[in-house]
Design a protein around this ligand. Sequence first.
Ligand SMILES: Nc1ncnc2c1ncn2[C@@H]1O[C@H](COP(=O)(O)OP(=O)(O)OP(=O)(O)O)[C@@H](O)[C@H]1O
Ligand SMILES: [Mg+2]
Length: 442
Amino acid sequence: MDGGSPMITSLRGRLFAGLTAIILLTGIIGGLFAHRWAFNEAIEMQDSVLIQIAGLVQTGSLAGGRDLHGVDEDAEVWLIDQAATAHDTEYESRLWKLKDGFALATRKGQPIRVLMQTRHDGTRFAVAQRTSMRDEIASDMAFRTVLPIAALIPCLLLVTAIVVARSLQPVVRLAGDLDGRRADDMTPLPTGQMPSELHPFIASINGLLQRMRGLMEQQRSFVADAAHELRTPIAALSLQVENLDPVDLPLRARDRVAALRQGVGRIRHLLDQLLALAREEAGKADAATMPVVKLDDIAKEVVAELLPEATNRGVDLGFAHVDSAMVRGDPMMIAAVVRNLLDNAMRFTPRNGRIDAYVYRGSDAAILQIDDCGPGVAADEIGRIFEPFFRGQRPEGDGSGLGLSIVKRIVDRLGGAIEAVNLAEGGLTGLRVLIRLPAANF
Ligand SMILES: Nc1ncnc2c1ncn2[C@@H]1O[C@H](COP(=O)(O)OP(=O)(O)OP(=O)(O)O)[C@@H](O)[C@H]1O
Ligand SMILES: [Mg+2]
């Protein structure tokens, strides 16, 4: 639809608006007809009362008098006898000119309905009733007929709203299911509980998911194969560079060799990260089926592995707190997480700075925390550092921008959560990365 179009785009809104219109229209038309019918019926009924009274007067059961108290008090019916009105008023003289039967007349300025009759002896009488009174009674009866219809309309609208909302619930649930999925979760949607109308739709989505799974698999194996194939020539190149002894080279060539060595190192790192990514994506296993490992032991191993490099850089790397904490996961993947975080921390921590690692055990989570004392991440970038290939405004060293995205994928797969916050205490800066993994219970 074009912007600003007043069309209702939600299916629920459209159904409800349509059904509301039908209910209101039916109610109004039905109500009008019922009202008219009941009104006419009431008028006829009152005419038949006048006929009955006239019958009684004819048979002499009712004496001629001006008032008929007790006959129909509410309806205000009265009898006008010609014999009893010797001194004709103008109104009565006009009355006696009317023929037998029903007629409309006026009495004291008010319209009345009269039934004229002639007795066998030739005397005449009229049974009269005020028109306004008749209408009032008829309206009252008609209103009572319409009342249940009017009361039914809001109930119907409510029931319609509930039925529409409940009927569309499966669609909302389906959307929720899809939204709540991990980006790489390609398992087909179940059709079991869904209404049959949705089955073709779900089948199409499942077909699409299957095609996407195939494409992702192709892409993953391409990246893995390419990285793997490139490893051997790069390793050979790296060896060649190492074999160039700088001592035998003229000064200008030494600089070039150093640049070459750095470049080759960068490519090797990128290939390693790409392989780690491909390996992570290939790991289909669900966290629940993975082995239980000690997070603290893995963290200690990685710290020990990186200690020589830290010492080289003049960085004080160590544990500030270690609890024994069990988690489920592939030890290689968890080691990759710790290594990537420490690698980042080391890159940004200045000489004589420190990096503190923590392993805590919570009630249902194991927590790994790495604090560095680098510059931290700019506020507008901190939300993006987990994106693949994002390196920010101030990238440090030779990185690919893949480290944190690999870490996040691994943590997601293990059912955990990752968070990065800038530290700013007493003029000191730094980045704190917190990883929570579900604790494994025995
Ligand atoms: N400890 C940190 N302090 C400051 N900035 C950081 C820190 N860790 C990550 N960043 C920022 O986040 C970006 C992304 O980090 P990530 O680990 O994904 O990539 P990388 O370290 O640049 O490359 P790679 O990890 O592949 O070698 C970094 O380039 C850097 O800008
Ligand atoms: Mg990194």
